[in-house]
Design a protein around this ligand. Structure first.
Ligand code: ATP
Ligand code: MG
Ligand code: MG
Ligand code: MG
Length: 429
């Protein structure tokens, strides 16, 4: 038996070369004389065919789908086989014979979620997870090469960042009630006074009440905060970061994107600068299209979808009214009814993937706004301290990594962007 090599490497060998691969049985067909076994490993699939004279013929006939196996033989060209080559099988060792695998081709979405621990083996999810891996790696790469420090914030917190409605309460060890974090933003803001430019990638928890295609209850949140930066600066960071990630995915995951049927020409358009549209203009466009919305309303997924049809690449929506953005957003000095904030919307119907902007850096302005929002300044004591000791203009943003992957991979539901999704109705497996 030759040395075990990845399937991707095996498919590069020439006719007649000895080959050994190992993995899991992806498909199996027993034609009596010939037995076909398609083997899957992390790099791809390859077909092996066992004739009656082969030592592994019996094992190939009785092996079941998803059994773990080691297959050896000689490579041969065959245009009908996946990848254009197959293994003329000599031996097949069954490492572990699988029980009858419960997942059928026609399985429903709900059933696939119920057996997610097995469904993660699918070629679709494997392709998505490889793209996801590239996206996370590229994000770290971009921040590190641009002078940002990676930091970590706590998951147990005592106050809301994004509003009380979506807080998850947790009974803490001392009997008090604490919450799971909705955003690391306030902690990142505390760290700009020493590190100046910081970022983190961590879960955020939100008790989302409605079921949508783009909300998880636990999602991966990449957040950044930078001292001495305004709205213009942070938008530049966002467009360069997103373009870098998409470029890396195009470089590294051509096969996966193609397998998923993603339109690569759309992703190739993702280069700076990204178009910008004001909230005012967005409302006008929506009203002209007959959408029932008025100035001062927040945009939901449906309204955003309509707007995305106006652009062929990600675009910024800026100048949101004070009332639709959290209290910490700085109001525009030249037009105080709107904030120096912007969302980044992904095209092709996807909508919001980033929310960000300039933060209020003056103590009085922040206290006044907290009160105007009907909140209690004493709940934000430590956050207010950040404006008492050497406050600086600063800006930041939060990027939903699962939504980013959903858009890049062209998925129609966020649950397929990560291996074990947590939603309003699911915490198993
Ligand atoms: P939405 O309007 O879709 O509810 P949001 O405006 O409440 O999102 P932000 O508070 O701006 O979200 O959070 C920053 C980013 O985190 C969002 O742009 C989005 O990409 C992501 N995000 C927010 N909530 C969720 C969620 N429940 N599941 C997955 N990603 C989310
Ligand atoms: Mg929300
Ligand atoms: Mg929003
Ligand atoms: Mg937002």
């Amino acid at each position: 038996m030759s040395q075990v090599i990845p399937v991707r490497e095996a498919l590069k060998l020439s006719q007649g070369e000895e080959v050994t691969v190992r993995g899991w049985v992806y498909r199996r067909r027993d034609l009596g004389d010939k037995a076909f076994v398609v083997v899957r490993d992390s790099t791809g699939i390859i077909q092996a065919v066992f004739s009656p004279s082969a030592r592994g013929h019996d094992a190939a006939r009785r092996v079941t789908v998803e059994s773990s196996v080691i297959v050896s033989g000689r490579l041969r060209d065959d245009p009908r086989a996946p990848g254009g080559k197959e293994i003329q099988g000599e031996n097949l060792e069954i490492v572990s014979l699988a029980d009858n695998f419960p997942i059928r081709r026609d399985a429903s979405r709900e059933f696939l979620l119920e057996v997610r621990h097995l469904a993660v083996r699918s070629r679709k999810l494997t392709a998505v997870l490889k793209i996801r891996d590239t996206a996370f790696a590229a994000l770290h790469e971009w921040f590190r090469t641009n002078g940002y420090y990676e930091v970590q914030a706590p998951m147990f917190v005592s106050a809301a960042v994004e509003g009380g409605a979506t807080l998850f309460p947790v009974k803490y060890v001392d009997g008090s009630t604490v919450y799971l974090t909705q955003s690391s933003q306030f902690y990142l803001e505390a760290l700009i006074f020493s590190l100046e430019k910081v970022y983190t990638v961590a879960p955020s928890f939100r008790a989302e009440k409605s079921r949508t295609r783009r909300h998880l209850t636990e999602y991966w949140h990449a957040e950044a905060e930078a001292a001495w930066m305004g709205l213009e600066g942070i938008l530049k960071v966002e467009e360069e970061l997103i373009s870098h990630i998409v470029r890396r995915v195009l470089e590294k995951n051509h096969d996966e994107l193609t397998f998923l049927g993603r339109d690569l020409s759309r992703l190739k358009l993702v280069e700076p600068p990204f178009p910008r549209i004001s909230y005012d203009k967005a409302i006008e466009i929506l009203q002209n299209k007959g959408v029932g919305i008025k100035w001062g309303d927040d945009l939901g997924a449906d309204e955003e979808r309509v707007l995305t049809m106006e652009f062929d690449k990600p675009f910024f929506l800026y100048g949101f009214p004070e009332s639709v953005k959290a209290f910490y957003h700085k109001n525009d000095p030249s037009r105080p009814s709107v904030t120096l904030s912007a969302d980044l919307l992904a095209p092709e119907g996807y909508g919001e993937i980033i929310g960000g902007g300039e933060r209020i850096d003056k103590l009085e302005e922040l206290v006044e706004k907290i009160k105007r929002f009907g909140l209690n300044p004493s709940d934000y004591e430590w956050y207010l301290d950040l404006r008492r000791y050497g406050s600086v203009p600063h800006a930041g943003f939060g990027l939903g990594m699962d939504r980013l992957v959903m858009w890049i991979a062209g998925l129609d539901h966020i649950v397929d962007s990560l291996p074990f999704p947590r939603t309003t109705s699911r915490t198993y497996p």
